[in-house]
Design a protein around this ligand. Structure first.
Ligand code: AMP
Length: 481
């Protein structure tokens, strides 16, 4: 077993990024995937989120990307927008010191914005099938340099009815070298997809103890109208640091959220009826630990990597039984313990039996906490209600720490190119080309990342240094683009 990333033939840029992300030991899926993926073999990988699967494909792809090429070399398809953004971030973090540029393509965000991004150097395109196909058909996403294709959470993409779009996209990819399919489950439909598109794939399955979440499952029978009161009792007794509560519909999310909000819970919500930018803000706040209770539909259940959720409440049973696995997989991650409490109404026992058959064990039936049990825990609960949730560590803090993004008020219209910026900035005393990160040139502005804590040095110098004979205005950028 490989216990250190040093044992893989990875460039120093990647080794350093992994170190700064605190990825000290490869997870099981990474140990199994990396040797094959680095050798450019097709793979079908059965692995859950939480296993480190994103890095398992992101590391070899970042390693093999040719920086100089402007058109996308890797295409990653994901079932949801949130996952697309998260996978893009993983690529950005891992590829940071190699200056890898990844772009997320998903619905609801303006097409124009993504079109502009794609005009820039883009090494990796990550997106949901509908929007990716849209870009391909409009000619804004070029696939002629694609060497790597990843289908992430393939089972979920098929469940969501994306198969035709996925196949249409694959039909446009002509010269790919490696294709990797990642899926939590491998039903017949996935095997068929694999046999149609993968060349003699290596089969990888991950199911070690370490990856298996330690989750305590419980089910409680309640009438529908008792559910809100039941949530409160569970909240008091369990007194979680962070909790996610799943409801069937957005109206039910809204109603439960408002109920808890009125009772001064530290709560926010997430469902598909909210606009995309709000959803991303809520996700980020939750990831940072800005609030304690998240009420959500299944939109939030898949693939979203949030650390240390101690309690999952299934306020409603999921519509699809597979979603039970994904919902409860939000807790018990990374070796931590977690608890999943599921409400079932008297008419839902057949459905519950279906879930139990899928997961392969019977969920323990428990009673609602009694009045005495709630009373006994009330003081501790009130105390936690008064305190802010613990701030969570941002894993990219170190890779981002020494980076300053500078804004320049000139871009394509002034005929400026990346080499003009690199050429000028690298000549500043104390600077080398390796201190320059991702450069994004728009029509009338340019963003340049300066690495290694040298932002102020460059800022000062560029106030009086022209680029291609033009003196541009420069300041520190606060934009997240
Ligand atoms: P994933 O299964 O891709 O959703 O990843 C689950 C979590 O594990 C993410 O927060 C990753 O940042 C983290 N992770 C991935 N690889 C490693 C590693 N080798 N060591 C520590 N954490 C990791």
């Amino acid at each position: 077993m490989t216990t250190n990333f040093n044992e893989f033939p990875l460039s120093p840029e990647l080794q350093n990024a992994l170190k700064d992300l605190d990825y000290s030991t490869p997870t099981e899926v990474q140990q199994k995937v990396l040797p094959h993926a680095l050798k450019e073999q097709d793979l079908i990988v059965k692995a859950q989120t939480g296993s480190g699967k994103t890095a398992a494909f992101a590391i070899p792809i970042c390693e093999n990307i040719e920086w100089i090429e402007n058109k996308p070399q890797a295409l990653v398809l994901t079932p949801t927008r949130e996952l697309a953004v998260q996978v893009k971030e993983e690529f950005t973090n891992i590829g940071r010191y190699k200056r890898i540029k990844a772009t997320a393509l998903y619905g609801k965000q303006p097409f124009r914005y993504q079109q502009d991004e794609l005009k820039q150097k883009t090494h990796i395109a990550v997106g949901t099938p509908g929007r990716v196909l849209d870009h391909i058909e409009k000619g804004t996403l070029k696939l002629d340099k694609i060497r790597y294709v990843v289908l992430d959470e393939a089972d979920e993409m098929l469940n969501m009815g994306f198969i035709e779009q996925v196949e249409a996209i694959l039909a446009h990819v002509e010269h790919r070298e490696v294709m990797m399919l990642f899926s939590a489950t491998v039903p017949e439909s996935i095997k068929k997809l694999a046999s149609n598109y993968l060349n003699d794939p290596v089969d990888i399955e991950v199911q070690s103890e370490e990856a298996a979440p330690k989750i305590e499952h419980a089910v409680i029978e309640v009438q529908d109208e008792e559910k809100t009161a039941a949530v409160e009792k569970i909240a008091v007794v369990e007194n979680p640091d962070t909790c996610i509560i799943f409801c069937r519909t957005k109206d039910r999310v809204d109603a439960l959220h408002d109920y808890l909000y009125d009772r001064e819970y530290s709560v926010d919500k997430l469902h598909g009826g909210m606009d995309q930018s709000t959803r991303l803000l809520v996700m980020n706040d939750y990831k940072r630990g800005d609030f304690r209770y998240l009420v959500a539909t299944d939109v939030a259940a898949r693939g979203i990597d949030i650390e240390n959720i101690s309690l999952v409440i299934n306020y409603d049973l999921p519509m699809e039984k597979e979603a039970y696995v994904h919902r409860t997989g939000r807790t018990g991650r990374a070796g931590k313990e977690g608890k999943a409490v599921t409400f079932v109404t008297p008419f839902e026992h057949d459905f519950l039996a279906g879930i139990e058959e899928l997961i392969g064990f019977t969920i323990t039936k428990v009673d609602l906490p009694t009045h005495e049990e709630v009373e006994a825990k009330a003081e501790a609960f009130d105390k936690k209600m008064q305190s802010r949730p613990q701030k969570k560590k941002q894993k990219n803090a170190k890779v981002d720490a020494n980076i300053t993004k500078l804004y320049f008020n000139g871009g394509k219209k002034k005929k400026l190119r990346a080499v003009d910026f690199v050429g000028t900035i690298a000549k500043i005393p104390g600077m080398t080309a390796a201190d320059i990160g991702i450069i994004t040139i728009l029509d009338t502005s340019t963003f340049v990342e300066i690495l290694n804590g040298k932002g102020n040095l460059v800022l000062k110098a560029m106030k009086t240094t022209p680029i291609k004979g033009k003196q541009l205005k420069v300041h520190i950028s606060t934009s997240n683009n």
